[in-house]
Design a protein around this ligand. Structure first.
Ligand code: THU
Length: 160
């Protein structure tokens, strides 16, 4: 028997203004699309903006459904749209912003497990990391240099 340790690294910015102008622009796109979320059940709005290698920004927001599991998170709305419409253009970064209608979300909100799995698939497909930036409605921003950093022990095509 041996112990296996996995370590991971993130960067934390105190606020949006500490980010580069380009990253601020991407996060701003996530904030804008977050306002278009369809979230009548949770009142929790999430926006995701993906920067493609050719400069295109693809956005998505969470879309809920009265049959709760039929809804979809913002990250997967955005990444499936990017995969469907720009299948051969690499994804460079994804910015995510989340806010609640009932309280102020000041801590960075990381993507859920299902979204991590979906993003991993595209990172594998393009064989290059997707940088991630995530935040709440205000406050600190976390940067992860790749999806793997937030899903270090994962299931992928090599497991099949
Ligand atoms: N949600 C996202 O859009 N992304 C996540 O990573 C976590 C949760 C959405 C799904 C649902 O519409 C609402 O937030 C509450 O879970």
């Amino acid at each position: 028997m041996k112990e296996i340790k996995l370590t991971t690294t993130f960067l934390e910015y105190q606020s949006l203004s500490e980010l580069s102008a380009k990253d601020q622009e991407l996060m701003q796109a996530a904030i804008e699309v977050r306002k278009k979320a369809y979230a009548p059940y949770s009142q929790f709005r999430v926006g995701a903006a993906i920067l493609l290698e050719d400069g295109t920004i693809v956005v998505g927001s969470n879309q809920e459904n009265a049959a709760f599991p039929s809804g979809l998170c913002a990250e997967r709305t955005a990444i499936f749209y990017a995969g469907a419409t720009h299948p051969n253009v690499a994804m460079v970064s994804i910015a995510i912003s989340a806010s609640s209608d009932v309280k102020t979300t000041t801590t960075p909100i990381p993507p859920c497990g299902a979204c991590r799995q979906a993003i991993l698939e595209y990172e594998d497909k393009q064989a290059r990391p997707i940088r991630m930036l995530f935040m709440g409605a205000e406050g600190a921003v976390i940067e992860s240099p790749s999806l793997i950093n937030i899903l270090p022990f994962h299931f992928d095509k090599n497991s099949l």
